[in-house]
Design a protein around this ligand. Structure first.
Ligand code: FAD
Length: 372
């Protein structure tokens, strides 16, 4: 294969966004994705306004794939349920569908997509970057973008982050019709001992339950999904009501551990780190995909202007660190036995707090790229 200008490792939202932007500008791009087929990913699948703006700017409209609108948020816990309108209309779409459609869109935009190939390492030499693949072939490119999401390359581990002790699970459910009707148009955040779970409708009449729990609590309750389901519902009556009569749609949940929440990369050794490889915001914000899309499109724009990864990484860090720090502090409070009640009480007294949190944990308007 002729050496491309850019090689992108990882075909999630960040890698695809960067690849599409670069290819649309006429650059030769190879994107390498280790999975050969669509996969379920652990994700709440909430697409914020910023994510939708960035996707549209690529020419990608999620409603064409069955995405559903989400316009209000509910917080449920020991003290009951509070509700507030979101400061924007969000959408929900399964990652299995979104990521696959984005990869296909990348191909039609001119990106060479290599599926089912895992990158083992990225090394710099005089000519640029050398990428080693799991079939022991190598690929050379002028620039390397790292978009492997939750998975680190062996010689490029990320530090643990500020809240690295959570385990996450995702399960789809067919809710009882009355419960599905009550959930329509809403994202619900359910608080329980040492964790929280997002519940929202997704396409084809399913609901996505994406839950987090502190590792020590998961071990204490017996380290089994069935036990976690019982513990969550015992502690959060609202979630119990929602799941009454619900049918699980996967044989077992998809899971991920040791997520480095609160991590924001400060420097670069020449590689453009995107998405979760650049910053990991706690899940309850539903902003990880916006960050992934923002970082992918910002990196592509800076590369096209002749700027370097060494200037990109600190700029991105400056743009994101405030929202990631606030979200991490709130996430730590929600999984703390003592502070979780304070969070609940504050939201019950001032339901507008939910809206404020949604505003302050998003990419700031002044930082958004000018997407027309
Ligand atoms: C519990 C939980 C809930 C969340 N909920 C939401 C939400 O509701 N809304 C939201 O916006 N964000 C949410 N997020 C965050 C969001 O999922 C991530 O921020 C986002 O997926 C990051 O995108 P990415 O492209 O960086 O990585 P990914 O989407 O993880 O993509 C990385 C890709 O790289 C591939 N890859 C990995 N290693 C290699 C390799 N060595 N070689 C080749 N390919 C490789 C993977 O197969 C994958 O396709 C949530 C995260 C968690 C953990």
């Amino acid at each position: 294969m002729k050496s491309p200008d850019i090689v992108i490792v990882g075909g999630g939202v960040a890698g695809s966004a960067a690849a599409i932007t670069l290819a649309q500008a006429g650059r030769s791009v190879v994107l390498i994705e280790k999975e050969s087929r669509p996969q379920h990913k652990v994700c709440g699948e909430f697409l914020s306004r910023e994510a939708l703006v960035y996707l549209r700017s690529l020419g990608f409209e999620v409603s064409a794939f069955g995405a559903l609108p989400i316009s209000a948020v509910r917080l449920a816990g020991r003290l009951g349920v509070s509700e507030a309108p979101l400061p924007f209309t969000a959408m929900s779409l399964t990652r299995r569908r979104l990521d696959e459609e984005l990869l296909q869109f990348a191909e039609t935009s001119g990106v060479t997509v290599l599926r089912g190939r895992r990158v083992l390492s990225l090394d710099r030499d005089n000519a640029g970057w050398r990428v080693l693949l799991d079939d022991e072939t190598t690929l050379a490119a002028e620039a390397a973008f790292l978009a492997t999401g939750k998975h680190d390359l062996r010689e490029r581990p990320r530090p643990a982050g500020k809240q690295g002790d959570l385990i996450a699970f995702k399960m789809y459910w067919r809710l009882a019709p009355a419960q599905a009707a009550l959930l329509e148009g809403h994202v619900e955040l359910n608080l329980y001992r040492s964790g929280y779970a997002g519940l929202q409708p997704v396409e084809e009449g399913a609901a996505n339950l994406c839950c987090l729990i502190r590792r020590e609590e998961y071990l204490r309750i017996g380290a089994r999904w069935e036990k976690l389901l019982i513990a969550m519902q015992e502690d959060c009556p609202h979630l119990r009501q929602r799941l009454q009569g619900a049918e699980p749609l996967l044989a077992k949940p998809v899971a991920v551990a040791a997520i480095p929440y609160g991590f924001v990369r400060e420097h670069s050794d020449g590689v453009w780190a995107l998405g979760d490889q650049a910053a990991v915001i706690p899940s309850f914000t539903g902003d990880g995909m916006s960050i992934a899309l923002h970082s992918g499109q910002l990196a592509a724009a800076m590369y096209l202007r002749g700027e370097t990864a060494e200037s990109f990484q600190p700029r991105l860090q400056g743009e994101l660190s405030r929202q990631v720090s606030l979200a991490t502090a709130l996430s730590q409070a929600m999984v703390s036995q003592r502070r979780r009640m304070l969070v609940e009480a504050a939201v019950r007294l001032w339901p507008g707090v939910l809206r404020q949190v949604a505003v302050r944990t998003r990419i700031r308007p002044g930082v958004m790229l000018n997407c027309s």
